[in-house]
Unconditional design. Structure first.
Length: 405
């Protein structure tokens, strides 16, 4: 392998032969080094280029057109920017910061961004490699992010998805779709879906998945849609606004809804998941397929049977909530804790469905008194530890419907 250097302390274009030493364009046998005294912008704007490796030091590197392939390692000490064309990695690549406002990132290699990432406009990432986001990342308003070709986008930092921004797994926004894609949120990661009309979606017929081991939260107003099969071993929380899942949720993590927020689920939810009310509304389009155990269902909480009529809700064996329309059982939901003496109410939700609420009975009050007793008359001292228990979840009373995206 030979080494070729950028030889001017100035902005310039990759295709300018005079800016390289030796005076020729880099080729597939070259290790390319760009490191000027001042912070300059070097741009790949046209043509098809392949190099062995690429090291960019004190400069900003931009791909705005054409195609650049790095077969081995690549590093970008300040900023890698892709606004058009194709940037393809065959090996490991690292960038201090990354901006993609168009174009395509492709290849079998892994691009690891240690600092800030910004996604804007219409963009694509494809190929069997990964993009790992370790710092703070933002998808700007109205951005469309297509992920296909088997690529994985993996968040390990704080990823903000703003209003009207869509992550679409299995989609090529520039042409024919090329297989599926995966969005991963690792244990240390948070994906914050802010504002209205943003989505994590999938293309029907492609292999797509959302794997959440960290925190997925919905904040701000409006509605967020997750239209991809989700495996949740972390936490999913509707803090405000509406968070809606079109497709099944599996895993052993937690779901939660806060005061004033709505968590809608339209497809099966696994029995290994835990659902907790912190206020708010849990909307169920197919209540018979909701198998997660429901914790802390109390005054001020609502279970909304979307487009389903129910005439009664009563406590069954093992703290189950048995919901009926006339004599027909619609669903049996598993509650955690002792709900003996609770009164469950049914009322129209005004949209063709049914709201279920609860007036807690003496068992709730007794448990609260027991918890507070540890503080004594002067409100000091620890409260005793107590836990909610329940029997095994009974079998679902209706087979889940097939979900469609």
């Amino acid at each position: 392998m030979s080494t070729i250097h950028w030889n001017v302390d100035a902005n310039g274009d990759w295709a300018t032969t005079a800016d390289w030493t030796p005076h020729r364009l880099p080729n597939s046998t070259d290790d390319v080094a760009i490191d000027t005294a001042g912070v300059r912008v070097v741009t790949h704007s046209t043509g098809t280029s392949t190099v062995h490796s690429l090291a960019v030091g004190n400069d900003i590197f931009t791909v705005s057109g054409g195609s650049l392939t790095v077969n081995s390692t690549a590093s970008f000490a300040i900023l890698l920017s892709v606004s058009g064309g194709t940037m393809r990695f065959g090996g490991a690549a690292t960038a201090a910061r990354f901006s993609q406002s168009g174009g395509t990132v492709a290849g079998l290699g892994t691009l690891t961004v240690t600092g800030q990432t910004t996604f804007a406009s219409t963009l694509r990432e494809t190929g069997a490699g990964r993009t790992v986001l370790k710092g703070d990342s933002t998808m700007n308003n109205g951005a469309l992010f297509g992920v296909d070709g088997g690529r994985t986008v993996e968040n390990q930092g704080f990823f903000t998805v703003t209003r009207s921004a869509d992550i679409v797994l299995g989609r090529n926004p520039f042409g024919a779709n090329n297989g599926g894609g995966t969005l991963k949120n690792d244990a240390a990661g948070t994906i914050d879906m802010q504002g209205d009309n943003n989505q994590i979606e999938s293309i029907v017929g492609s292999v797509t998945r959302f794997i959440n081991a960290g925190t997925l939260e919905k904040t701000g107003g409006g509605r967020t849609i997750v239209g991809v099969t989700t495996r949740n071993t972390g936490s999913i929380e509707a803090v405000s606004g509406t968070l809606e899942f079109f497709l099944p949720i599996t895993g052993d993590g937690s779901l939660a809804v806060d005061t004033g927020a709505i968590l809608n689920v339209d497809s099966p939810v696994a029995a290994t998941l835990k659902m907790t009310f912190n206020g708010g509304t849990l909307g169920l389009r197919d209540p018979a397929s909701f198998a997660a155990t429901i914790h802390a269902f109390g005054a001020g909480d609502t279970i909304d049977l979307n487009a389903r009529i129910a005439t009664q809700a009563t406590l069954g064996a093992g703290d189950t909530l048995v919901i009926k329309n006339g004599s027909t059982t619609i669903a049996t939901l598993q509650l955690a804790g002792n709900h003996t003496g609770d009164t469950f109410h049914v009322a129209s939700d005004g949209l063709g469905g049914t709201n279920i609420t609860v007036t807690p009975g003496p068992a709730h009050a007794a448990r609260l008194i027991t918890a507070m007793a540890g503080f004594g008359g002067d409100s000091h001292g620890p409260a005793p530890v107590f836990s909610e228990t329940h029997s095994a979840h009974p079998p679902l009373l209706a087979s889940p419907r097939m979900a469609t995206a």
